[in-house]
Design a protein around this ligand. Sequence first.
Ligand code: GDP
Ligand code: IMO
Ligand code: MG
Length: 450
Amino acid sequence: MKRGNTTVIIGAQWGDEGKGKIVDVLSHNFSIVARYAGGHNAGHTVIIQGKKFVLQLVPCGVLRSGCRSVIGNGVVLDPLALLKEVKMLRDAGVHVDGNLFVSNRAHVILPYHRMIEMGAENAPGRVKIGTTSRGIGPAYEDKMGRRGLRVADLLDSSLLKSTVENACREKNMIAHALFNSEPLDADSMYAEYARAAEEIAPFVTDTALLLNQALAEGESVMFEGAQATMLDIDHGTYPFVTSSSCTAGGAVTGTGVPPNAIQTVIGVTKAYCTRVGGGPFPSEVEGTIADQLRARGNEYGAVTGRSRRCGWIDLPLLRYSQMINGVNWWVVTKLDVLDVLDEVPVCVGYRINGKKYDSIPALAIGFDRVECVYEKMPGWKTSTEGVTSFEQLPKKAQEYLRFIERESGAKVGMVSTGPDRDQTVLLPEFAAGFRAVTENAAPQKGARTK
Ligand code: GDP
Ligand code: IMO
Ligand code: MG
């Protein structure tokens, strides 16, 4: 039997591109949506008929009837955060039980990960990354250091007890010596996480097996990227990155499907650019124009509420993202945010110490010296909010999108003109491959339709 279709959705910039909305719009084409990296540092917003969901760990496919959700082995899982999210979904009438599957190989975030992160972020002499304080980095450190606790181990109470006791002893000493942190109590931690383990157990399975079996039976799978290319541990603006492989390659290692099973990669980019936290951002703007982008785009963290830094679309960065991820299609989001501008600057190249560069530098320090070369596109000064066909977009907005696609190595397949599910443009060639369901269907309740 023919293997089922697969598509990876990745963020092309520094996160918050609108991946959640796009996953939701396209999820109708897929039997399963799987998260493969990161943890509850993500905040993915979906708005259906004005009802807003912010998902951190559970894939956005959970909101679509007939779509199963997988949290893959590449994710770092905070059990308490998962249970909180599951409760929120249950309370909203979303079908989670029997529909959500958590990898037995995912690593677990424990309170000492947050303790170490807080200490390190605030320690004198350390580079402050501006993390989300969720314990993500230290949990991945323990995974790579081969001393982490996996979900399968969480469910084994004697293993949980010994790991928590040993880790607390070690981490308390380190955190006290380095950061003067208050020690954590192993007994109460064990009790709390043993209780959480019982509640999580029904969701836990070998998700690599589940995904590969589903693909072999011809079912289609979408991989929901979290974070973004420039936050990737290898390809991003190191050290101002997250600690996982958020690029398309992570979909393979983070779920256990083979590389030759990946068919399509969709890159999500804003029509401009934002970043939250520290680190280089060559096309950043400040002052009134940044305030205007922030206000129109509501550029505040979906979970942390932190104000996002704003700037213009950066084509060298998009070209790099296209190359690293093998992007087949771009989805350009938040076009409507630019509706009021007289002109829209686009970063078309970089200059470092007077020399022109087409690619992005490896060093954060190199980034600091980057001067953007801008080309100014005329603004369209007409509302695009809620437009659903390319022809209905103002000519100048169409030209802006065509310019991006000519300069960035992949075609624009979709444009988002507002946060709601139905405020979406599908270009015909893209639509031929993906049936977008943008009708105002209510979020899923009850039975699976598969
Ligand atoms: P994600 O992390 O990539 O899923 O993105 P976030 O949910 O963190 O941030 C994207 C924000 O933009 C959310 O508040 C969305 O509701 C909103 N959004 C998504 N697409 C559009 C759009 O086309 N126009 C506008 N104005 N807002 C959008
Ligand atoms: P979504 O999936 C935007 C940023 C943090 C910080 C850096 C490291 O919603 O796009 P971490 O807590 O991961 O160790 O923080 O990465 N960051 C994000 N920025 N969107 C995200 O996720 C992010 N996840 C992490 O702000 O700069
Ligand atoms: Mg987000």
